[in-house]
Ligand binder design. Structure first.
Ligand SMILES: Nc1ncnc2c1ncn2[C@@H]1O[C@H](COP(=O)(O)OP(=O)(O)O)[C@@H](O)[C@H]1O
Ligand SMILES: [Mg+2]
Length: 269
């Protein structure tokens, strides 16, 4: 293991523009031990370049969330290699992985995972608090992020005072407030109706197309996967299929882009 590929202090990693953002090689994950052990991943190989928008599909239990947790540095593989921006994540300690996450990765979950009784503003400021940024910097960045997801004026509402779609927008603002290289979304529209789901997909499309944030999104729904530029299908803990989507839904939406669709580009600081 060389110094250049080992995570450096503060979670900062190098990485050349030419190398993939994510490179998984022979990744396995076994939960538990002995007769009850369960092999969730059975040798996943996957490369994702910077700027891609990838949908991950596949049956329930096929290992999608396990793979996302691995890619998000929340968990380590049982075996195999994971390079994130050239750093060997499988060799990093828990603290080093946490630093990598804070610096480069944003998460959005199906259940929003916001702190209750805490305002939208404070929820969005949280990742910056972990980074040790000043109150003034946190405040300004969170206000900007909330504006960019269309929630200007809702800063002081708590999750209970917001609709599901609005809560997911707060969660997205929280995920992007650190200006991550990678956004991981595990069934982000799973709890939302069709219209709200479409709005969330438009937002993700804008983050990818206008800001170049790499997005990996797990979804069960073909209508949602249609927004991605690439669709990877998991079956039984391996990548069974990997196809490009020549006509992502966002290209069609952009053709008739107005009002809310243009919001993110206009509101981005
Ligand atoms: N923390 C865990 N402990 C034990 N088994 C788990 C754990 N998380 C997931 N699994 C099992 O691993 C397999 C893959 O799960 P998961 O990655 O959540 O699949 P998906 O997201 O595709 O539905 C499933 O059989 C699941 O029950
Ligand atoms: Mg899952």
């Amino acid at each position: 293991m060389s110094g250049e590929t080992r995570g450096a202090a503060n979670g900062e990693v190098g990485g050349q523009a030419s190398q993939p953002l994510i490179r998984l090689r022979g990744i396995t994950k076994v939960y538990g031990e002995g007769p009850t052990a369960l092999q969730a991943l059975r040798g996943v190989d996957l490369d994702v370049a910077r700027g891609e928008f990838v949908a991950i599909m596949g049956p329930s239990g096929s290992g999608k969330s396990t793979a996302m947790n691995m890619i998000g540095c929340l968990d380590r593989p049982t075996s195999g290699e994971y390079l994130f921006m050239g750093a060997h994540v499988e060799t990093l300690t828990r603290d080093e992985r946490a630093q990598l996450r804070r610096r480069y990765i944003g998460f959005v979950f199906q259940g929003f995972n916001l702190l209750a009784r805490t305002s939208a503003q404070e929820n969005v400021e949280l990742p910056l608090l972990y980074r040790g940024e000043s109150a003034a910097a946190r405040h300004a960045a969170a206000a900007r992020a909330l504006d960019s997801v269309g929630l200007k004026g809702w800063e002081h509402h708590t999750p209970a005072e917001l609709s599901g779609g609005q809560q997911q927008r707060v969660a997205i603002a929280r995920a992007i407030v650190t200006e991550p290289a990678l956004l991981l979304a595990d069934e982000p529209t799973g709890n939302l109706d069709t219209q709200r789901s479409r709005e969330i997909m438009e937002l993700l499309w804008r983050l990818n197309a206008d800001r170049g944030i790499t997005i990996l999104m797990v979804t069960h729904e073909h209508d949602m996967a249609a927004w991605a530029r690439r669709i990877v299908r998991f079956v039984d803990g391996v990548v069974a299929d990997d196809t490009l989507n020549e006509h992502p839904a966002g290209v069609v939406a952009d053709a008739g882009r107005t009002g809310a669709g243009a919001k993110l580009a206009g509101g981005a600081a």
